[in-house]
Design a protein around this ligand. Structure first.
Ligand code: DGL
Length: 270
């Protein structure tokens, strides 16, 4: 039994870490498409083609359920995949909905009409492709009214994190927060809408100020997945072992992953 976790690169390790801590008995197969990262600057067709190829590879590993731990893929490809591509015995789930349910204080599967919620001014930090898709605003509009969302496309940040250049990454976070604040001076909440960004969560919080509530996905996705697997236990596929796969250079990716998670991670070629 195994569940697949997909990301364009290393950022999904934040989700992998949270789900493995929450469900130590479940084997997870992680697939990082590092040779094609960043996805955030690609067009929707490109993201769709890369994401479907990766998901097929995870099905081959015995993962009937795959989590797209990548906001860009969730925003630009998931709906198209769910409409016409996924066979009936497989599931592919994204990372947007758990975050929006937390922001709008809804329970899983609450399909009641949109209503007013506690927050009115929300800052969204995400990749250029996620911002362009407007998927976050669309999902939010199904659940909440009267929420003003200002989105900041954080160009360059994923590349800096993938390269392990944390000095550049910190400078970029601070300049993107400044740019956001020029458009929305007093956000009440900030969404880290890219799986790479929790690796910089402390810098985001510092630049935004202590009174801004920063939402990051990893724990929310873990709680949501745990709940899903209780309700759909057969979706844990036939795979037996936890593995890390990459389309990039396994040695380089393993070194960066070990640095990020502060424990030894060994990637194999996908
Ligand atoms: N980590 C992915 C996300 O959550 C994509 C980053 C990228 O490849 O640009 O959006």
């Amino acid at each position: 039994m195994a569940v697949g976790i997909f990301d364009s690169g290393l950022g999904g390790l934040t989700v992998l870490d949270a789900v493995s801590k929450a469900m130590p008995e479940v084997p997870f197969v992680y697939y990082g498409d590092n040779s094609h990262a960043p996805y955030g600057v690609r067009d929707a067709d490109d993201v769709y083609n890369l994401t479907t190829a990766a998901v097929e590879r995870l099905w081959d590993e015995g993962c009937d359920l795959v989590i797209l731990a990548c906001n860009t893929a969730s925003a630009a490809a998931l709906r198209r995949m769910q409409e016409a591509w996924i066979p009936s015995d497989k599931r592919v789930l994204g990372v947007f909905v758990p975050l929006i349910e937390a922001l709008t204080e809804r329970q899983w599967g609450d399909n009641s009409p949109p209503r007013e919620v506690a927050v009115e001014h929300v800052a969204l930090f995400a990749t250029p492709a996620t911002v362009r898709s407007r998927a976050f605003q669309r999902e939010l509009a199904f659940r909440a009214i009267g929420v003003d969302v200002e989105a900041q496309a954080c160009g360059g940040l994923v590349d800096a994190i993938e390269e392990g250049d944390m000095i550049l990454a910190e400078a970029l976070v601070r300049s993107h927060v400044d740019a956001l604040k020029r458009k929305m001076p007093d956000p009440q909440a900030a969404i880290l809408g890219c799986t790479h960004y929790p690796l910089m969560q402390g810098v985001f919080q510092d630049a935004l100020g202590a009174d801004v509530k920063v939402y990051s996905q990893a724990d929310l996705v873990a709680a949501s997945l745990e709940d899903y697997l209780k309700r759909h236990p057969t979706m844990i596929g036939s795979g037996q072992t936890s593995t890390f796969l990459t389309t990039g250079d396994p040695k380089k990716v393993s070194d960066h992953a070990t640095q990020f998670l502060r424990r030894e991670i060994v990637f194999n070629a996908a």
